[in-house]
Write a protein that binds this ligand. Structure first.
Ligand code: ADE
Length: 233
């Protein structure tokens, strides 16, 4: 799987993708992340990527020409099955979207900065994604969220132990509580059921815990589940 990132700060993408599971996936060639410096597409006489907004107001707007040139060049030279604009105005990113994106061979992620992009380049993108209802200083951290969450779904990127974690999330529930050694820590004991060796009982306990934890912390997730709160009326 290939990610093509159009950004003003390739060093942010580089630094974060060198670590951990994603770093290993890049080393092994299971995925590639290639940065394209937007500044390199500022041909002509104006060498800046941003300009003042028509109509006045605070902040700067990203100029359309370098964005257009970058998207055209990267798509034709490298190919991009899906072109995504990272913006707080996009559709909310979630695990279902990560799974859908993992089905593409190549994805271009455009990282916006400043007050956003000139409205006339929006049509260059297949979709717009937001990683949450808050405003970042740019799309790089958002693109990293997409790279990491999609990357870990690529077959072979995670070991089989870790992959099972995804199944628990795809069930639409938060994960059950986890414990490791020691059996007692600062007076708190590991729930007895987990040391019982009774696997059916452990599974039941985990399912109940996942359900009650989700009900307490994220009732909205239960409501979204088929046959969830809303489904049950
Ligand atoms: N750029 C700035 N804020 C963002 C967000 N919440 N999601 C995606 N891109 C962004």
């Amino acid at each position: 799987m290939r990610f093509e990132i159009v950004t003003l700060f390739p060093e942010m993408i580089d630094a974060a993708t060198r670590c951990g599971v994603i770093g290993k996936a890049l080393e092994s060639g299971l995925m590639t992340v290639t940065n394209h410096q937007l500044r390199d597409y500022c041909g002509g006489s104006i060498h800046k990527v941003d300009d003042a907004p028509y109509g006045g107001g605070p902040g700067m707007v990203m100029r359309p020409e370098p964005i257009y040139a970058a998207i055209e060049d990267v798509s034709s030279r490298c190919g991009a099955d899906l072109k995504v604009l990272m913006t707080p105005q996009g559709k909310r990113y979630d695990q279902a979207t990560a799974r859908r994106l993992a089905g593409y061979d190549s994805i271009l992620l455009f990282c916006g900065r400043y007050e956003g992009v000139d409205e006339r380049v929006r049509g260059l993108f297949d979709e717009e994604l937001s990683v949450g209802d808050y405003v970042l200083t740019g799309g790089e951290a958002a693109a990293l969220i997409v790279i990491e969450s999609v990357g870990r779904l690529i077959p072979g990127v995670l070991g089989s132990d870790e992959s099972s974690l995804d199944e628990s999330f795809s069930a639409g529930l938060l994960e059950y509580p986890q414990y490791t050694r020691p059996e007692e820590f600062k007076g708190m004991r590991v729930p007895e059921v987990l040391t019982s060796g009774d696997h059916a009982k452990i599974e039941r306990w985990r399912a109940e815990q996942a359900e009650s934890r989700t009900r307490r912390r994220r009732p909205d997730l239960l409501a979204q589940k088929p046959g969830g709160e809303r489904g049950r009326g």
